[in-house]
Design a protein around this ligand. Structure first.
Ligand SMILES: NC(=O)c1ccc[n+]([C@@H]2O[C@H](COP(=O)([O-])OP(=O)(O)OC[C@H]3O[C@@H](n4cnc5c(N)ncnc54)[C@H](OP(=O)(O)O)[C@@H]3O)[C@@H](O)[C@H]2O)c1
Length: 297
């Protein structure tokens, strides 16, 4: 258990941030929820204005902050590599100037042959710490929870198609993690000095190919398996058009995610389990919780 402190959560209105803020508040931290539209913010914590693409707006939200959680990305933008790099550099600089003790970042899992999207997340890790603030990185593959883009893609594919034609990347293995576990790990490293300047891999207990993920999701959602046919010729560009046709995920985001799907993303280092103990929940259970939350929301 770490001491309660002042925590700035960027991306507080997002899929992960909106679940993290109440968890940190419940743990006794003073939470500032950063968003570009504080007037529309309805969650717990104190809403503060800040735009990572406008460095002049960052001093005020970071003033007096002990720990900053960085949950911002621009995956829906064709120019995301440059934008995310500029934003991370500016945020690291502003955090150093305000005396922030730790930046916590949720990055991407994966080792070799990284896609542009995963390379960009790795670059963000480095740039956030460039000005000297200790960074704690949690590297995750797909986060399964209501409202997450990857989960929405899975759910809508399963729902909208009686049979699925999947490209070769669907055989790549990944290690999905439940939203509840991501929030637990993020909250567990906030203010924890043992986590300073370290990168941890986080994942659920199951290592699954994308096909297996689709199958298991179909079983939980509809109670039956769906026929799946693998074709070798569907290029990432075609796949992304197809995803945007079948689901409401836009083609740029779909393309950026699909480009990463050729890379195996598996946890090989389990050090986080010593720092933040507890059993992560299974993929099937994560799907059940996501479904329950989707229908409740
Ligand atoms: N989802 C996953 O499966 C997954 C897996 C691994 C890692 N991650 C990482 O986790 C982080 C959060 O992901 P998410 O899925 O929760 O994202 P999300 O739902 O898309 O939310 C993104 C957040 O970023 C904020 N934002 C965007 N541009 C901003 C800017 N210029 N200045 C300030 N805030 C800005 C938005 O807030 P406002 O619009 O209110 O300003 C929003 O709250 C990202 O870094 C992502 O790379 C996610």
């Amino acid at each position: 258990m770490t001491e309660p402190c002042t925590v700035l959560v960027t991306g507080a209105t997002g899929f992960i941030g909106s679940r993290l803020v109440p968890e940190l508040a419940a743990a006794g931290h003073r939470v500032r929820a950063m968003t570009r539209r504080p007037e529309a913010y309805e969650g717990p914590g104190e809403p503060v204005a800040g735009d990572v693409s406008d460095p002049g707006t960052l001093a005020a939200p970071l003033e007096g902050v002990d720990v900053a959680v960085y949950l911002v990305h621009s995956l829906d933008d064709d120019d995301f590599e440059r934008k995310d790099a500029d934003a991370a550099r500016a945020f690291g600089l502003a955090a150093a100037a305000s005396g922030t003790r730790q930046i916590v970042y949720l990055g991407g899992l994966g080792k070799d042959d990284l896609s542009a999207h995963l390379r960009s997340r790795r670059e963000v890790e480095r740039l956030l710490g460039e000005s000297g603030v200790p960074v704690t990185v949690l590297r995750a593959a797909i986060v399964v929870g209501a409202g997450g883009i990857s989960w929405e893609m899975t759910r809508q594919l399963v729902k909208n198609l009686p049979a699925m034609v999947v490209p070769r990347w669907a055989a790549t293995r990944t290690q999905p993690i439940a939203l509840d576990d991501v929030v637990r790990y993020l909250a567990g490293v906030v203010g924890n000095e043992e986590a300073y300047d370290r990168a941890f891999e986080i994942g659920g207990p199951d290592q699954l190919s994308y096909v297996e993920m689709l199958q298991q999701a179909a079983e939980v959602i509809s109670g039956s398996r769906v026929p799946i046919l693998t074709v070798p010729v569907l290029t990432p560009r075609l796949s992304s058009y197809w995803i945007s046709f079948v689901t409401n995920v836009d083609a740029t985001t779909g393309r950026n995610l699909i480009d990463s799907m050729g890379t195996e993303v598996i946890v090989t280092d389990h050090a986080i389990r010593d720092l933040v103990p507890g059993e992560p929940i299974t993929y099937r259970e994560a799907v059940r919780r996501a479904l329950a939350d989707s229908s409740a929301g």
